[in-house]
Design a binder for this molecule. Structure first.
Ligand code: F6R
Length: 618
């Protein structure tokens, strides 16, 4: 989703802003812009539709400027274009603003401000909702307010969630940042005689690891020496920066052609890191430390509900399966964007587990609010981002330890979520006494083998590449699975859609003959997930039915399964795994198939069109 950067200090702001935006490219965007203010008051605003290289090419002469803000936009209101790109200025040209989020009441605010604009012979310069913000600030300034007060007053008029960076043309020594609601993060970085601002950590890492995460309701006045925080209900304060231990090397692509491929190959490490110290065998325990929800609470709940969106929803579906199988408690999953607008009857005795790699997905945060406001049920979040909004809303967090994920398509955080959910299922089972020590030890021992299962799956990359090349021209795929392989079929289809732009549907194989089978012919390949689990025979009959319609079949089954191999057009053998661990065995192959299909089609794998890494708008 949109990205924000800011700088104030002794260096030239333009190149720093541009480099920061490049580091946020992974979030997805369709246009970009920067505004730089020189110490002598000269201002340059440059905006371009398209990629950052277009913006870079357009920078011929920029003031050397010691202050500035920048933005990558992902269009919501108004098409992607130069004029709709941020920064936006007030009609006076004095107040410069970039925004992440949506001003939900922008229509009424525009109507209100229009009279003043018309009286001055001015009109709106863009089709965006954001443009009302500099205009509101300018109006407050004209009433004699300080900039931070004017910003606060303007924000109080906005409905929706917004993260804002701004400055005033008359003051080249300060930039301002504000955060209201869940419109993504805003992080202030502390340098030596210079300060940085970004909506996401990777943009700050080359400069500093001393940071302050702006909280909901806070406004920061930032100069080259530090930040002063204002909020309506507390005295002003200078926050203590916190040191983050993120390795800048971890966000570099290294020898890999794409971040997505790098992140697929990082999965064994991401899994070991996520499991480390949390799966103990002697005596058996899971997530014993660091957990803020008591065993008494885990014993008192009658049901577990796992929610998420996209890939995280697929992880939630698998989590539901494990919680039922391992902990023996009723469990269900739900799509956060539907859940939050229903009147779900969950009751206070439901444990709600939200899965969100970013911790900032607006629908998942909305669902968490819904649970808190309506039911007050205990909540856990599984996330990859410490300090994210979801961690503030939940009673307890289980942090994956995957490191930053740059590719827009979630890969390592999918397996990170799975490891966390598996551990949680074990912990719930132990707390409730439904899982004895021996069974717990056995389940954890299995989990400890997951990194090596994934490692072996990665060795199949060349075979996936070869098969993918035979299907470069295919525009449809059906992906079938049963049991725990059904959510994986959905995840495989999602990966194909988002990075390969081919239409793919993930289906429970038993559902195929109730409709989708009508689609099948020689041009409609089917990917069948068919390891030797309890439903293997049923998968075999589904495959027979597919083959009878002459649709080509790519089967992913257990290594050495000659019976399956003999029945299908292409066969990929993954290391055999127990029923519980099947997702770890299959995931690398489904990701690699989608990756290689996209590669063969020559697509922009790390930044697929129309997609954003963190979905902070509805
Ligand atoms: C797919 C993908 C998205 C996210 C979804 C939820 O590869 O990345 O479907 O899974 O937007 O995001 P989080 O997990 O951040 O809540």
């Amino acid at each position: 989703m949109c990205g924000i950067v800011g700088y104030v200090g002794h260096q030239s702001a333009g190149p720093i802003l541009l480099e920061g935006l490049q580091r946020l490219e992974y979030r997805g965007y369709d246009s970009s812009g920067i505004a730089v203010l020189d110490r002598d008051g000269s201002l340059a605003v440059l905006k371009r539709q398209g990629k950052l290289r277009d913006l870079e090419a357009a920078i011929v002469a920029m003031p050397s400027g010691g202050a500035g803000i920048g933005h990558t936009r992902w269009a919501t209101h108004g098409v992607p274009s130069d004029r709709n790109a941020h920064p936006h200025a007030s009609s006076s040209g004095d107040v410069i603003v970039v925004q992440n989020g949506i001003v939900e009441n922008y229509r009424s605010l525009k109507a209100e401000l229009e009279q003043t604009l018309a009286a001055q012979g001015r009109s709106w310069l863009s089709d965006t909702d954001t443009e009302v913000i500099p205009e509101l600030i300018a109006r407050e300034l004209a009433r004699g307010q300080m900039f931070e007060e004017a910003l606060q007053a303007a924000i109080a008029r906005l409905r929706g969630a917004n993260a804002i960076a701004a400055f005033h043309r008359a003051d080249p020594t300060r930039i301002y940042a504000a955060r209201k609601g869940s419109a993504g993060g805003m992080v202030i970085g502390y340098g030596d005689g210079e300060m940085f601002l970004a909506s996401d950590l990777p943009a700050l890492l080359p400069h500093t690891t001393d940071v302050y995460h702006l909280e909901d309701g806070e406004i920061a006045v930032i100069d080259s020496q530090g930040a002063l925080i204002h909020r309506a209900d507390r005295p002003r304060h200078r926050p203590e920066p916190r040191q983050v231990d993120l390795d800048p090397v971890a966000v570099a692509r290294g020898p890999y052609r794409h971040f997505m491929l790098k992140e697929i190959f990082e999965q064994p490490r991401a899994l070991s890191d996520t499991i480390r110290g949390r799966a103990r065998l002697d005596p058996p325990s899971a997530l014993a430390d660091e957990f803020e929800i008591s065993d008494a609470t885990l014993r008192s709940v009658e049901r577990v509900l796992v929610i998420g969106m996209g890939t995280s929803l697929h992880a939630a579906m698998i989590g539901r399966w494990w919680i039922e199988q391992i902990a023996g408690i009723p469990a269900d999953f739900d799509n956060a964007s539907e859940f939050r607008f229903r009147a779900p009857v969950i009751g206070p005795a439901t444990l709600v587990v939200s899965v969100t790699q970013s911790g900032e997905t607006i629908d998942t945060l909305g669902a968490m609010d819904h649970v808190r406001d309506r039911w007050g049920a205990p909540q856990i979040v599984v996330t990859n981002v410490e300090g994210s909004e979801a961690t503030r809303k939940a009673d307890a967090s289980i942090l994956m330890r995957c490191g930053p994920e740059v590719g827009v398509a979630s890969t390592k955080t999918f397996l990170g979520s799975l490891a966390a959910l598996y551990l949680l299922a074990c912990r719930i089972g132990k707390a409730r006494g439904s899982l004895g020590d021996a069974d717990l030890g056995e389940a954890l021992e299995q989990l400890l083998t997951s990194p090596s299962l994934v490692e072996r799956g990665l060795a199949l990359s060349d075979q996936c590449n070869e098969i993918a090349r035979s299907y470069t021209g295919s525009t449809n795929f059906l992906v079938l699975g049963r049991g725990i392989e059904h959510p994986l079929a959905m995840e495989a289809a999602l990966k194909c859609k988002e990075i390969s732009y081919v239409h793919a549907e993930g289906y429970a194989a038993g559902e195929m003959k109730h409709g989708p089978i009508a689609l099948l012919d020689q041009q409609f390949p089917v990917i069948a997930l068919a390891t030797r689990g309890p439903l293997f025979d049923k998968m075999m009959s589904a495959i027979q039915q597919v083959s009878a319609r002459r649709a080509p079949v790519i089967a992913v089954g257990d290594e050495g399964d000659d019976e399956l191999a003999g029945l299908v057009d292409h066969y990929i053998g993954v290391p055999p795994a127990s029923d519980l661990l099947t997702p770890f065995a299959l995931t690398p192959v489904i990701q690699l198939l989608a990756y290689h299909i996209a590669l063969a089609r020559g697509l922009d794998i790390d930044q697929p069109r129309n997609l954003a890494k963190t979905v902070t708008v509805e």
